[in-house]
Each structure stands twice: as structure tokens, then as C-alpha cells.
Design a protein around this ligand. Structure first.
Ligand code: SAH
Length: 219
């Protein structure tokens, strides 16, 4: 990797190790999830001017009024998706942004599809994933509220923007025993896990969160 992304003191291995320690202190216990986060150089995904803050546990601006998700929330969502299961399986991410969470997901499963509605952000995600040589994420410019019918069904769906209600296509594209996690609500939001069981969809309400809104159409 070039000096431009690896040379900073602030982006050193020690800084990254510290971030993992903080996630543990906040209650993340799944070693596989912690290892996946440790393996992704978050500074590559943030604006150069913010690189020194890449390993703080905070959301950071991406441009286009969007933010790169907070590491704790990424870890928490993936931990919930994995709990009691062997693997994520075929995974769909809605709201790829700069590609950070997709890179973390790609550490945990071979099949990752990620959709983003803002074309220049999708281009950024593509460039960032290439920079870290992560080539298995399949990116698509689309309105994720419609899911990704051509690749459905998914064992896992993770939504990185808050919806007022669960988009029906996402439920339809969930495989049997599949899991969907999304922030729900306008104003105050809550993480909600939905599992597709033989008897129907089972919903579990989790932490209060703050995400940018899930919007319609593409730009
Ligand atoms: N996953 C990103 C977080 C990006 S923020 C990360 O790892 O940092 C949420 C993203 O969702 C934004 O880029 C926004 O443009 C996108 N988004 C919002 N509504 C969407 C929709 N309907 N379809 C696809 N992407 C959407």
C-alpha cells in the first residue's frame, strides 16, 4: 500500500488496536466481528482531512450530506446479525456510502452486494474498495428500497439509513431463516431485527440510534 495511506502516525496499528479495545469496552464480544473491523483500514474510507480521526468511534462526513457509520454501530449490527448463526451468507447492504461497512462485511462472507442511490458516492466506494484490494463486493447504483431482485434471496440484509417503515421488497427478498436489520423511525430511531421464520416474520427492537434518512430514487 502507498505511503499516502499507511504513513500517518494517527492511522498506525496502535490506533486501530485502541479502537478495537474501545469496542470491547462498549460491549462488542464477537471475536470474528472485532477481527473483521480490525482488518479494515477505516482511514482509507474517510476524506484525507479527516484521516487522523478515522479510528475515533464517531460518524464522519462523507460529502453529499451523508456520513460514514460509527464503528460501534457497524459492529453492533453485524454482531446481532451473526448471533447464534455460523455465517452471514449472501448479504445485501442498502446504503453503501463510501464502502466502509461493505468492506467489513466482506471480511465475514464471500457474497456481498451493496447498493447506493448517490452515483458519486458509489464511485467513491468503488475506488476505496479497489484501494484496499477488496474486489468481491458487488456494487450497484439503485434505490435500495426495492432491494436487489436479481440477486435475491439474501440470508442477510443490512440497511445503513433510517426508514419510516420496513420496505416490503426487503422482506420479500429475505431467505428462509434470513435476518434483516435496519434503523426504523423518523426523529427518534431504533435498530430493529427482523427474522424470517417458518411461522412468519419475528421482530426484535434493539438500541436507539441515529442514521441519515433512507430516501427514494437515485441521483
Ligand atoms: N454504509 C455506509 C454508511 C453510509 S450512510 C458506511 O459504511 O459508512 C447511508 C447511505 O445510504 C448514504 O450514502 C445514502 O446515500 C444511502 N441511501 C439512502 N437511501 C438509500 C436508498 N433508498 N437506496 C440506496 N442507498 C440509500
Amino acid at each position: 500500500m502507498s505511503g499516502a495511506v499507511s504513513g500517518f502516525g494517527m492511522t498506525s496499528q496502535r490506533t486501530r488496536t485502541r479502537m478495537i479495545e474501545r469496542l470491547r469496552e462498549q460491549g462488542i464480544v464477537d471475536e470474528e466481528v472485532l477481527a473483521a473491523i480490525a482488518a479494515v483500514p477505516r482511514h482509507v474510507f474517510v476524506e484525507e482531512a479527516l484521516a487522523s480521526r478515522a479510528y475515533e468511534d464517531t460518524a464522519l462526513p462523507l460529502g453529499f450530506s451523508q456520513t460514514i457509520s460509527q464503528p460501534y454501530v457497524v459492529a453492533r449490527m453485524i454482531e446481532v446479525l451473526l448471533a447464534g448463526r455460523d455465517e452471514l451468507g449472501k448479504t445485501l447492504e442498502i446504503g453503501a456510502g463510501c464502502g466502509y461497512q461493505a468492506a467489513v462485511l466482506a471480511q465475514l462472507t464471500d457474497e456481498v452486494y451493496a447498493v447506493e442511490r448517490i452515483a458519486p458516492l458509489l464511485a467513491k466506494a468503488k475506488a476505496n474498495l479497489r484501494a484496499i484490494r477488496q474486489l468481491k463486493v458487488r456494487l450497484k447504483h439503485a434505490d435500495g428500497q426495492l432491494g436487489l431482485p436479481e440477486a435475491a434471496p439474501f440470508a442477510t440484509i443490512i440497511v445503513a439509513a433510517a426508514a419510516a417503515h420496513v420496505p416490503r421488497p426487503l422482506l420479500q427478498q429475505l431467505a428462509p431463516n434470513g435476518r434483516l436489520i435496519l434503523p426504523l423511525g423518523t426523529g427518534t430511531q431504533q435498530l430493529v431485527l427482523i427474522e424470517r421464520r417458518a411461522e412468519g416474520f419475528v421482530e426484535t427492537r434493539l438500541d436507539a440510534v441515529r442514521f441519515v434518512p433512507l430516501l427514494s430514487g437515485v441521483e
